[in-house]
Unconditional design. Structure first.
Length: 272
């Protein structure tokens, strides 16, 4: 499979036009996190380095074809003293498959507080899927073998009253990544689409459903490294009418809240 460095290394075709690679994959549709991560890289390359991305909001418009590259068109919406905004459209065969708005901020001094990380087992105390026999692995773990994903067992998840669906996952990239903090932000944009929609299925383990990301919002609060352990604390507050709302809080190993995610996905029942 393609490395995250290869996936996020875009070719610049014009001043505000970029092209991503065709990544090695077992998927029949382009992975949503790949499109979001590449779109964010495109936006980042059009802003001054003193700005840092603090949020993105994206919509998955059409299924992507993983056998052809995606071209990203960047619109420079606003350049202000403290904030700037970019709009990115991902295109295949002349049709938009993804659109995203990204906001950048120079950083200010303000009030500070954050959620407390929930108590969970240490990642070292959970099984490493790379140590399992290959035939025992689901396709997801083979697809993302470069990621160390360790799910907290259901009986170890600290349940919050009134929350119907919860899931917790430790994750990190297995190899050392470049030092550039922006690269880690774009890497997290890629990863944040991974496993989150699965939290909606926790209360419905026996239901066969079609899943796909519909929209995705991500906020970056504090510095982090994607090659060090991060806890993805996930929940699904609502599901109905073939859609599910999911949300996630991402903490670093020290308990700092570094990012937050909200996503709506397709959860259509498959019936014979």
């Amino acid at each position: 499979m393609s490395s995250i460095e290869e996936i996020l290394e875009l070719e610049r075709l014009e001043k505000d036009i970029f092209r991503g690679i065709v990544a090695d994959t077992m998927l029949t549709r382009t992975f949503g996190g790949q499109v979001a991560g590449q779109a964010l890289v495109s936006a980042v390359r059009t802003v001054d380095e003193r700005y840092r991305v603090h949020s993105l909001h994206g919509y998955f418009l059409r299924p992507g074809n993983p056998t052809i590259p995606t071209v990203f068109l960047v619109d420079r919406i606003r350049d202000g003293r403290s904030f700037c905004t970019r709009r990115v459209t991902g295109v295949q065969d002349g049709q938009a498959i993804f659109t995203m708005s990204a906001s950048f901020h120079v950083g200010d001094i303000g009030i500070e507080h954050e959620d407390e990380m929930p108590p969970v087992p240490n990642p070292e105390d959970l099984p490493d899927t790379s140590e399992m026999m290959s035939e025992e692995l689901s396709w997801e773990f083979r697809e993302w073998a470069d990621w160390d994903l360790r799910f907290v067992p259901e009986d170890k998840v600290t349940r919050r009253r009134g929350v119907p669906a919860q899931q917790q996952v430790w994750f990190r990239y297995r190899r050392t990544l470049p030092e550039d903090p922006v690269f880690h932000v774009c890497t997290l944009a890629y990863m944040s689409d991974m496993t989150l929609l699965g939290s909606a299925k926790v209360p419905h383990p026996d239901e066969d459903i079609q899943q796909a990301s519909l929209d995705h919002a991500l906020w970056f609060m504090r510095p982090f490294r994607a090659d060090e352990w991060l806890l993805y604390d996930q929940s699904s507050p609502s599901a109905g009418f073939g859609r599910a709302l999911t949300q996630g809080r991402i903490f670093d190993r020290s308990g700092n809240l570094v990012a937050a995610v909200v996503q709506e996905g397709l959860t259509r029942l498959l019936r014979d």
